[in-house]
Ligand binder design. Structure first.
Ligand code: HEM
Ligand SMILES: *[C@@H]1O[C@H](CO)[C@@H](O)[C@H](O)[C@H]1NC(C)=O
Ligand SMILES: *[C@@H]1O[C@H](CO)[C@@H](O)[C@H](O)[C@H]1NC(C)=O
Ligand SMILES: *[C@@H]1O[C@H](CO)[C@@H](O)[C@H](O)[C@H]1NC(C)=O
Ligand SMILES: *[C@@H]1O[C@H](CO)[C@@H](O)[C@H](O)[C@H]1NC(C)=O
Ligand SMILES: *[C@@H]1O[C@H](CO)[C@@H](O)[C@H](O)[C@H]1NC(C)=O
Ligand SMILES: *[C@@H]1O[C@H](CO)[C@@H](O)[C@H](O)[C@H]1NC(C)=O
Length: 543
């Protein structure tokens, strides 16, 4: 059963309000969170199984988050989701390839805007939503540490009293402990190499319930009707039956099936986990509490919701015929059938030559949801909200200096008739006025399976003294402790690429395994950041 916690708010806002919220400034950290959360292909990773041994990836992402959080001491304001788990993997309380594989997943989706601690939290959001569970609100802003925390992950052979104490230290009541363990153990199971006492058979994975890849309450109903195969409830040696002790610790009250009027489901004390809707909402509550457990100094952002109107990054190419091709994509939630978007720009040098008619373009292609991201599988947004992408591909004269772009959206849901998407009044701007930019088409053309050549277009009349790229190296040997490394390369003039009238081309080689890049330019001793923490290709593939 799918249960969308904040969808009703969105519908309400879109219908009743002229102020279009939420709005996240272009390329701000909230914009990056929104982009990763709702459009990235990593949502799809959570839906797949490990190629080796078929383990459920969503289960591994949930377990790694709990193990990262579990040595928190909420009273002292220390620990929580902070990536300390990466430095704790040699401890007996953290066995298993699953924890390592999960961290490796997050390392490869790393971007400087979403650090490893935030990725661990976002992993839980993806894991639940992708396996049929509730959508939990995501807040960003976690801080990533570089060292181990204290011991503190509960182990199955420990007593009920020690588990109650451990969850109290983590900030959870006894009822919440039962809820969180039951919710977590909806996915995955116990593996042979990790717990030979419970699973002696070579390479076997014994699951907590009959639907180990679906976030549902079978772990509870099978426990209650005594058909459960959950090793932590029925394994031969009673010492290891921690789920049984925990589930039974209030006489099965929290687990028990009983039918309640709808309004009582809002009170988690009374909600039975045997009810699918109550299970979803209760799990959303305790899982959200788990991922939002952070040290006392850390301030999390507001929950990141899908923005009503958003603009993906711009891709530029210098064309031979004295033109610069610009490609940019917008997205609008809950489109009406008459939904239409136009892009406008101003010309810094010749403003009076830039009338509405001349300096504007309409979307080349339009596409209704579900729109496929580059991975050809639906993004998270595609499952929660109707939306429409508009893709603009147009060319402007290379002598025009477009210092600002903005958009006009016509949609009958907009009461005033027209929504102006101008990035909160700032417009969508580019530093350096197209004197230097990453040439997307040439970069893509110069790239092969085994090498990446970044190509930058440089206006000959305004050459910088230096252009460099910082990229996030995600190759395995660059990543001790699962931390991606930052690499740097300088660009130089590349005469193998024919110049255009305005532009010459500078190149730099970058390893194939990189996630994001930052481009910077030095001119007259001053450094300008052009593209910060960007990806090379549009996440949205609708051409
Ligand atoms: C007293 C508390 C807990 C104990 C003793 C416990 C114990 C275990 C054990 C022994 C395994 C098998 C791991 C392996 O074989 O690699 C496991 C797996 C798992 N645990 Fe827990 N757990 C506890 C609490 C939690 C909580 C609170 C969550 C999440 C909210 C959670 C989520 C999971 C998940 C998703 C798996 C499956 C991992 C996979 O299949 O890869 N556990 N747990
Ligand atoms: C993953 O494995 C589970 C069984 O563990 C299966 O139900 C599910 O369909 C598999 N998912 C994919 C995407 O292969
Ligand atoms: C996969 O299973 C085999 C046994 O069948 C085991 O030896 C190996 O360690 C497992 N690999 C992982 C990554 O869990
Ligand atoms: C059960 O496991 C515990 C902990 O490993 C061990 O001390 C005990 O001897 C085992 N009991 C039986 C009956 O095997
Ligand atoms: C709780 O449920 C389990 C599983 O059905 C059962 O073994 C146990 O006796 C129940 N506890 C109580 C207090 O009824
Ligand atoms: C580009 O502009 C220059 C200067 O106006 C002109 O000489 C040249 O012919 C143009 N090139 C093309 C391909 O139009
Ligand atoms: C403005 O446009 C006119 C007509 O296209 C052109 O003749 C003129 O040179 C332009 N002015 C500038 C400053 O580019």
């Amino acid at each position: 059963m799918r249960f969308f916690l904040f969808l009703p708010f969105l519908l309400l806002r879109a219908q009743t309000s002229l102020a279009i919220v939420p709005f996240y400034p272009w390329l701000s950290s909230l914009w990056h969170y929104e982009d990763l959360l709702y459009l990235s292909p990593y949502f799809n990773t959570a839906k797949t199984n490990r190629t080796v041994n078929g383990s459920v990836i969503a289960a591994e992402w949930v377990r790694v988050a709990y193990h990262d959080m579990a040595n928190a001491n909420v009273g002292a304001g220390t620990g929580g989701i902070d990536m300390s788990i990466a430095f704790e993997l040699d401890r007996p309380e953290n066995p298993g390839q699953g924890l390592k594989d999960a961290l490796n997943d997050f390392r490869t989706i790393y971007s400087p805007n979403v650090n490893m601690a935030d990725s661990i939290a976002m992993g839980v959001v993806f894991a639940l939503a992708s396996s049929g569970g509730p959508l939990i609100p995501f807040r960003g802003g976690r801080i990533q540490v570089n060292s181990a925390g204290p011991l503190g992950v509960p182990q199955p052979q420990e007593s009920l009293e020690s588990h109650i104490e451990a969850f109290r230290r983590q900030g959870f009541s006894t009822t919440e402990m039962i809820q969180l363990v039951a919710c977590g153990h909806s996915l995955g199971g116990v593996r042979n190499p990790d717990f030979v006492n419970m699973v002696p058979e070579d390479g076997v994975h014994k699951f907590f319930d009959s639907s180990q890849a679906t976030f549902d309450n079978n772990v509870i109903t099978e426990y209650l009707d005594s058909t459960t195969q959950n090793p932590l409830a029925v394994t031969q040696n009673a010492t290891f039956r921690s789920d049984l002790r925990i589930f039974n610790s209030d006489g099965n009250k929290t687990m028990q099936a009983y039918v309640l009027p709808l309004f009582l489901y809002l009170r988690s004390d009374f909600s039975s986990l045997a009810n699918p809707d109550a299970f979803a909402s209760t799990c959303a509550t305790v899982m959200e509490k788990m991922i939002n457990t952070v040290p006392s100094g850390v301030k999390l952002t507001e929950p990141v919701e899908p923005a009503q109107f958003t603009v993906a990054r711009m891709f530029l190419t210098a064309q031979a015929a004295n033109q610069t091709q610009i490609s940019v994509t917008t997205r609008w939630l809950n489109p009406s059938s008459n939904n239409k978007v136009t892009i406008f720009w101003s010309d810094k040098l010749h403003p009076s030559n830039c009338s509405r008619e001349i300096c504007s373009a309409t979307a080349k292609t339009m596409s209704d949801q579900p729109v496929e991201p580059v991975s050809f599988a639906p993004s998270m947004l595609a499952i929660i909200n109707p939306h429409r992408f508009h893709k603009f591909v147009f060319s402007i004269s290379s002598t025009v200096v477009p210092d600002k772009f903005w958009f006009e959206v016509e949609d009958s849901a907009v009461k005033s008739g027209l929504f102006i998407g101008d990035n909160g009044g700032q417009g969508f701007t580019r530093a350096d006025n197209l004197d230097v930019f990453l040439d997307t088409v040439r970069t893509t053309e110069a790239t092969t399976d085994s090498s990446l050549k970044f190509v930058v277009a440089v206006r000959k009349s305004n050459r910088p003294s230096k252009i460099s790229i910082e990229y996030v190296d995600i190759s395995a040997d660059a990543a001790p402790d699962f931390n991606p490394n930052i690499g740097t390369k300088d660009f130089s003039l590349d005469s193998s690429i024919a110049p255009t009238f305005e532009y010459e081309f500078w190149t730099a080689p970058v390893p194939v395994l990189f996630s994001t890049y930052t481009l910077s330019v030095v001119r007259d001793g001053k450094s300008i950041i052009l593209d910060e923490n960007q990806i090379l290709a549009d996440r949205v593939n609708i051409l």
